[in-house]
Ligand binder design. Sequence first.
Ligand code: NAD
Length: 471
Amino acid sequence: MHTYSGLFIDGAWSLSSGQATSNVLNPATEEVVGTIPCGNLEDVDRAVKAARKAFPGWSRTSASTRGAYIQALVTKLREHSQQMAALITDELGMPVQWCQSIQVEGPISGLESYIALAESMEHVSQVGNAQVYREAIGVCAFINPWNYPLHQLIGKLAPALAAGCTVVVKPSQETPLHAFFLAELLESIGLPAGVFNLVSGPGALIGEAMARHPDVDMLSFTGSTGAGINVSQSAATTVKRVCLELGGKSPLLIAPSANLERAVRHGVNDIMINSGQTCTALSRMLIPAERYAEALDIAMDEVSGMRLGDPQDPQTFLGPMCSARQLRTVREYIEAGQAEGARLLTDADAGQRFDRGYYQSPVLFADVNNRMRIAQEEIFGPVLCMIPYQGIEDGIAQANDSPFGLSSAVWAGSSTEAITLGRQIRAGQCFLNGADFNYQAPFGGYKESGNGREWGEHGLTEFVEIKALMS
Ligand code: NAD
């Protein structure tokens, strides 16, 4: 049981004036695994004031000083990576088989890269009679979702610290525990008071207040497209910078020249990891019509080896959905898909036979038309839409026929062909022939998937103001 009674504000743990608390449930057992304070508007104000007070001092530190704090955090996180992973398995339900490497070690390597990137803040360029400086944007507010909790927090915090910004963080209500643990680690490295502040509570109250706050210079939001639109509207009256990292419905375009077996198996794994609760999940598989039946067989075979169950069991591939609410959403889409005429290939009800936990078994839908709701809307569950196409131009058109443009993938017979196809997909990332995630590469969406970029040098740019001094 993880009990946190205080919020972390101005370098110290303090009670919320509201004194309300909220419980964190383990989605595998439905038992309470943690308690956190539920902050209020006064807490948001206190946190923003602390961040504002700390900003002048922190933003004037040298890049090497900030790099040293980032290095100290990397070291602490490495020392406590198992504890952090266990916490995330408890609050999110991601199986132990994946949790440490994906949810913890990946983000630590991303964090580490900002030690060197901090130095770029000291770069001054000359443009005619102007000297162009890079300065920290100021006080930043972070609103995060629940699905890759540490990854999302580090994706914002690392560049903010490197740039010299101070921050106020609001984690999701479902998976807030990692953020409290991170605050303890930041306290233990002696990060100056007010640089990192943590306020938990409901999005519509705390997130909204952060978005509206006149003393917040920049808002970085990761979550659903609907909530992203809301926070943008709230932030507009103070003309703060708003970076949005939103939903997705990413295609995997399998070219006729592809190794079908490898492509399909890769695609099935990609959507099923974290029970489909991945913003970049390849939820639409576009398959040449002439090889469609073969692709269905391969997908069925791949999914049959994926064990659903207790996330603490090292053999488990799929744990529970993060919450009862998320499970309900997925169940509604499974019904909608069948009503629209898609053909269910798997036993979609296996999870409902568990005694407890929010389990959803893997779902493969065949005969999906890209205009169906299940192919257009983000489901955020282990549901793969398998869609046939007639000729590669049709495949590209269907890949792009989406309101989203977060990620994508192409599998083709050669890397040259994969690059040619990848360039034609309107999305911020495209994984060619099974390529790995890259923590140095820019990450972010086109269209309704957002307007921001995270990670690497482009992620740092979101936290930078540009100043010209003419002489
Ligand atoms: P959500 O939009 O419901 O919540 C995200 C965060 O916003 C939470 O902290 C929530 O409390 C807060 N929030 C909700 N309504 C708000 C409001 N009106 N004002 C201010 N804050 C508000 O999303 P979720 O269910 O937590 O996460 C799933 C979504 O996140 C999916 O759409 C997924 O694709 C997206 N996501 C995107 C990325 C990315 O990098 N593009 C990464 C992960 C998840």
